[in-house]
Design a protein around this ligand. Structure first.
Ligand SMILES: [Zn+2]
Length: 269
């Protein structure tokens, strides 16, 4: 039986409101039995928290996502440290920079991103980073602040950029896009990278794998990502599953022994 962790799944999304219990059942049946759920703005912190306390194996992250810039207020940043401390956060996220979508003020994005990176550092938490058309600046910012760790999720950069992230103590999250034949660059990165920095994710409900193109993505589909990566690296899916689950446990400080021994999945901190 696989024991996989979906390290990036927006399971609080309204698209799951109608069949959330079934979605979790399909996920568990596929071997994906733990989930990191990153928040996107102040408006969904309560829903993410409610989800995380509703069943074992759901780990919340809290933060302000760059795509929802218009919703963010300085007071939300002021509230973040207490939320992280009091609501079982395993990371600060989802945070980052998005220079792909037009109309998102870059200066304001930078201000909010940098402030959250400092909060993560002060709280000794990993960060879950969204970077689109912004890999160079993201790497530069992580290096400049220093003392950080975490994951750049849905990584789509170059081998060189991946190597720079590993040097900074950052994992890369790989999901549905790697299953597309045309994704040559990311396939090359995944085939050759050190396994210790690899995390699996879905980004559900977005970014479905090729077999579920156009559908709502969900954690049960992560086995397609696993099988693609195993084929690219010419190893068994079980070997990738074992390594990436351990990576996720370490990256997010999940209570390995608690989970294995009694299945409680209680967060370590
Ligand atoms: Zn996301």
């Amino acid at each position: 039986m696989l024991d996989l962790i979906d390290t990036h799944a927006h399971l609080d999304d309204v698209s799951f409101d109608g069949d959330r219990a079934d979605m979790f059942a399909r996920s568990a049946a596929a071997g994906v039995r733990r989930w990191i759920v990153p928040a996107i703005d102040r408006g969904n912190w309560e829903k993410v928290e409610g989800l995380a306390t509703s069943r074992d194996g759901i780990y919340p992250a809290y933060g302000l996502h760059p795509l929802f810039l218009d919703a963010h207020r300085d007071e939300h940043l002021d509230e973040l440290p207490a939320w992280l401390a009091c609501h079982g956060a395993v990371a600060v996220g989802e945070i980052g920079l998005d220079f792909y979508v037009e109309g998102l003020d870059p200066a304001r994005q930078r201000e909010i991103f940098v402030r959250q990176l400092h909060i993560a550092k002060e709280h000794d938490l990993p960060v879950i980073v969204h970077a689109r058309r912004a890999f160079e600046e993201t790497i530069h910012t992580l290096r400049r602040i220093g003392g950080l760790r975490g994951v750049v999720h849905s990584f789509a950069g170059s081998e060189e950029q991946a190597r720079q992230l590993f040097d900074l103590g950052f994992h890369i999250g790989i999901g549905g896009p790697v299953t597309y034949d045309r994704a040559n660059r990311i396939r090359r990165v995944v085939a050759a990278m050190p396994l210790e920095w690899l995390l699996l994710e879905t980004d559900a409900p977005d970014q479905p794998c090729v077999h579920h193109r156009g559908e709502r993505n969900e954690p049960a589909f992560m086995t397609d990502v696993l099988e693609t990566i195993a084929a690219l690296r010419e190893v068994t899916p079980a070997a990738i599953a074992c390594a990436t689950t351990r990576n996720a446990e370490k990256a997010f400080g999940l209570a390995i022994d608690d989970w294995r021994n009694d299945g409680s999945g209680a967060p370590a901190h």
